[in-house]
Write a protein that binds this ligand. Structure first.
Ligand code: ADP
Ligand code: ZN
Ligand code: ZN
Length: 766
């Protein structure tokens, strides 16, 4: 209901509010008479008493009759906003997400805001004043300042910082900067601008018919400024042109495109030109990339194309930077909003399209709390706004492949490498019965040597950090286990530690078997740390960089390592999947996959899908520019059908085969899943709770329940875990079951002893 005037002043009016609390309900409050005249638009923030505290919630609607006894209802404290923080379509999206993922609306709205807004901060930022060279200043012969050395120095400094400088930046350069600046402004060499120098785009865009001549000039000036700085679009190749043309046809309606383009086929260029087309219509574009995909290099690529109409949202931003990004996007001041998962909730009043790069990536699914899939929420958002969405990948998820077959998605296929690059050649190295040198075969070592001898780079991939995954007693067979998890401890040589990769606990390296006291302890298997050590011995002169969570813990260390790769300083790169995805290293000629067998025996029904995606993504790092690439995969299973298809780089065939299997076994995308997980401190509580739910649950929706059963790793971080899988032929059934049984799930008499969560469309089933 809206705040229409047909309610007389005497009618009690109530506000229905979403409040962050782990309760599956909304909360009604009395609107104080002083506020009855105010327009209270849904989507504004409201402060209310809540228990003994106060909380900030979101107004959802106004109602005449509250949900509970009017005499017990509390009154709103204050409104925090005049204009809504969520517009109507965003509220609709959040409501949908709340019911789709069966998560309290108050928690959902909370998750969708930057933390300063959650805490009640004003939805405003101060645009900091800046100074930059004017058009005249830029074209100046600086000799005319020869008589004013201070102004000349400042002039040079501004020339180097073309985007402009703030007060504090200028003050660190010259403490008397204000005199010089004033003089330069008088000479029309310097001009004032605010934080967002492209705000002029906005000014012109508002009312096209109304543009005055001087504004036109202003725009022309702006365009000139931006085109001189920004890098131009590439000429699309035939495959890119076809894809681009198909997107252009649907710019004004909801269509989900699957841009299935092999690694290096130029997907990013298609995104960039699509974005460009939308900016020209004064629209905004939201681009989501995987957690590890948001590299400085990708950001630079977007920056160099779009300059200051871009805002980037990543995990390293501090609270006020996040608020700035939010406000700029919300004010329509920036057109291109680039971010990871949570950016799917960025406000974009003028959104024209959404792009999801590497749509198959696991990081789009939140794995705790509000377990949403940013990809699926984005599709819903596009549908609500009636705009196109592009999902891009060289190795799309089977769900998306199947959606193309069902014609829910429109397939755009690109098979050739863009520009001059050639596809890499993939070969298997059969390591059965071969003696390995700390995990490396002679063939691989020889090729590594050859490659760096030709001044090319080598990338070695092993998805396991540390030195060795197992420490074993040679006398009795005992292995070092984590005390809190059902898992082995990984040996880390540098700090002489044993670390659990599941709960993070660590201990000093032990020298004696805890079972038989033997000192004959050996480590088995390899991690990235060991490969690095081995190569340092084999190639003492080579410059080696290792990139994994251990080497990139410190802020800035990943950027530094990536810079060393791009500058060519690093010759051999060793890394986990942090190195596998999205990067464009033009000089990498050899990619080595050290252990491909891990994934062949995974227990998750998606294990084969994930393995082929990962290997093909890693392989795609080879030969991305003029340098032709080769990929060598060490395996104990050279004849495995999946390995054979990976060699052919035939993801389409891999997907077809896996889809056929899924159809047979009735796993997604041919069925729908949810998982009810529970964990507890004592061994039986979680299973008992799930048993209770399974036994008492109503099942009119006729879903099938699998379990309850202990989780594959039953104990983790000291807690016992169990799960109940809900499987159905239709999405609707899952929701009906969840809806009907949520009261039971959240209020079962055994619930106090467990921590539970319901995961809709789980990505990791195991
Ligand atoms: P993808 O995103 O599919 O992995 P990219 O867009 O990163 O591929 O393109 C791979 C490389 O090919 C990049 O260096 C890019 O600059 C280049 N490239 C892309 N499209 C073209 C084109 N039309 N002409 C020339 N080079 C191109
Ligand atoms: Zn022993
Ligand atoms: Zn552990």
């Amino acid at each position: 209901m809206t705040n229409s005037g047909n309610l007389s002043k005497n009618n009690p009016r109530y506000a229905r509010i979403a409040i962050p609390a782990p309760l599956y309900q909304v909360f009604d409050y009395r609107i104080p008479s002083a506020m009855l005249d105010q327009t209270l638009i849904p989507g504004i923030r409201i402060q209310v008493p809540f228990g003994r505290q106060e909380r900030i919630g979101i107004l959802l609607e106004q109602v005449e009759t509250p949900n509970y006894d009017p005499r017990k209802i509390k009154t709103i404290k204050r409104c925090l906003d005049q204009t809504p923080i969520f517009d109507a379509s965003m509220l609709q999206l959040l409501n949908w997400a709340s019911s789709y993922y069966q998560y309290p609306i108050g928690e959902v709205t909370h998750a969708a805001l930057p933390s300063l807004l959650r805490k009640g901060h004003e939805a405003k930022i101060k645009l900091e004043k800046m100074w930059r060279l004017s058009e005249l200043g830029n074209s100046l012969q600086f000799s005319i300042l020869n008589k004013a050395p201070k102004q000349l120095a400042l002039f040079h400094y501004l020339l180097k910082n073309s985007a402009g400088l703030t007060k504090s930046q200028l003050a660190t350069f010259d403490e008397n900067w204000s005199y010089s600046i004033r003089a330069l402004i008088k000479k029309l060499i310097v001009e004032e601008c605010s934080y967002d120098p492209h705000s002029c785009i906005d000014e012109v865009g508002i009312n096209e018919g109304d543009i005055h001549e001087d504004k036109n000039e202003h725009k022309a000036e702006c365009d000139k400024n931006s085109t001189t700085k920004l890098s131009p679009a590439l000429k699309l190749n035939p495959e890119q042109s076809v894809a681009f043309a198909k997107i252009m046809k649907k710019l004004n309606c909801f269509t989900t495109f699957l841009l299935f383009g092999d690694t290096g086929s130029g997907k990013t260029e298609v995104y960039l030109q699509t974005i460009n087309a939308l900016i020209k219509q004064n629209k905004q574009v939201l681009i989501l990339v995987p957690e590890i995909g948001l590299t400085p290099q990708l950001i630079d690529r977007f920056k160099s194309r779009f300059g200051n109409t871009l805002t980037v949202n990543h995990s390293k931003l501090n609270d006020s930077e996040r608020l700035t990004a939010w406000v700029l996007a919300n004010s329509n001041k920036v057109k291109v909003i680039l971010g990871t998962r949570s950016a799917v909730f960025m406000p974009c009043p003028n959104l024209g399209a959404i792009i999801i790069d590497e749509e198959h990536d696991l990081s789009f699914k939140q794995q705790d709390g509000f377990r949403y899939s940013a990809r699926d929420v984005a599709i819903r958002r596009a549908q609500l706004l009636n705009i196109p969405i592009i999902l891009g990948s060289a190795t799309p998820s089977l769900e998306s492949m199947q959606n193309c077959i069902n014609q829910k998605f429109e397939l755009l296929r690109m098979t050739k490498r863009a520009g001059q690059a050639q596809k890499p050649k993939i070969h298997l190295i059969d390591i059965r019965a071969i003696k390995l040198n700390q995990g490396l075969s002679d063939t691989l070592i020889t090729e590594i040597k050859n490659t760096i001898a030709q001044n090319k780079q080598v990338l070695l991939f092993l998805n396991r950090r540390g030195f060795a995954p197992t420490l074993l007693c040679h006398d009795c067979g005992w292995t070092a286990q984590c005390l809190r998890c059902d898992a082995r401890l990984t040996y880390h040589a540098k700090h002489s530690l044993l670390r659990c990769h599941h709960c993070g606990s660590e201990q000093k390296l032990i020298k004696q078997c805890l079972q038989c006291n033997s000192q004959d302890l050996h480590h088995y298997g390899q991690g990235t740390e060991q490969i690095e050590t081995a190569l340092k011995q084999l190639l003492p002169d080579a410059n080696i960089s290792r990139i994994d969570r251990d080497t990139t813990r410190r802020k800035g260390s990943l950027d530094k390592a990536l810079a060393a790769i791009h500058s060519g300083e690093s010759q051999i790169l060793i890394g986990t999947q942090m190195l596998a995805k999205g990067h464009h290293f033009p000089n990498v000629a050899l990619v080595g996959v050290i252990d491909s067998d891990q994934g062949l025996h995974g227990t998750d029904f998606r294990a084969s899908e994930r393995l082929s995606q990962l290997i093909l993504q890693v392989a795609g790092r080879a030969g991305r520019a003029e340098t032709p690439g080769q990929v060598l995969i060490q395996t104990h299973h050279p004849h495995h059908p999946l390995m054979q298809l990976i060699v052919k780089q035939d993801y389409q065939q891999i997907a077809d085969n896996l889809l056929a299997e899924r159809k047979e076994t009735l796993f997604p995308p041919f069925s729908y899943l949810a998982i009810l997980r529970a964990e507890a401190n004592d061994a039986d509580a979680a299973l008992n709770y799930l048993n209770d739910v399974a036994n008492l649950a109503t099942n009119q929706a006729q879903v099938s329940l699998l379990g309850p059963m202990p989780a594959p790793m039953e104990r983790r971080a000291g807690r016992y875990r169990a799960q109940l899988i809900i499987n159905a032929n239709q999405r609707k059934q899952i929701h009906e079951w969840a809806q009907a049984n949520l009261p039971l799930i959240s209020q079962s008499k055994l619930v106090r002893r467990v921590r539970w969560s319901l995961d809709i469309d789980p990505q990791e089933v195991l």
